[in-house]
Write a protein that binds this ligand. Structure first.
Ligand code: SF4
Ligand code: SF4
Length: 73
């Protein structure tokens, strides 16, 4: 089973929420506790242990905020 590492270029996030809908395991949420340099709540992964590295989130992000590293085990 593959595992993913997801890195957000947080200050580039415009809070559109597309990545939230794209994750098949619903692992992405907007972080309501933080605000980035653009004034948005940035997206983040809630449980990285469950991430398979499918990269759906990275593909859908219009601002190329997300990079997914896939580790095959
Ligand atoms: S790589 Fe896939 S499983 Fe991991 S957070 Fe992104 S959409 Fe979800
Ligand atoms: S799709 Fe990209 S810009 Fe939109 S919320 Fe997700 S990380 Fe931010």
């Amino acid at each position: 089973m593959a595992k993913g590492k997801v890195v957000f270029d947080e200050n580039q996030c415009k809070g559109c929420g597309l990545c939230v809908t794209a994750c098949p395991f619903k692992l992405i949420e907007m972080d309501e506790k933080r605000i980035n340099s653009k004034g948005y709540h940035p997206a983040h992964v809630t449980d990285l242990e469950k991430c398979t590295g499918c990269a759906n989130c990275a593909i859908i992000c219009p601002d190329v905020v997300i990079t997914v590293y896939r580790i095959d085990k």
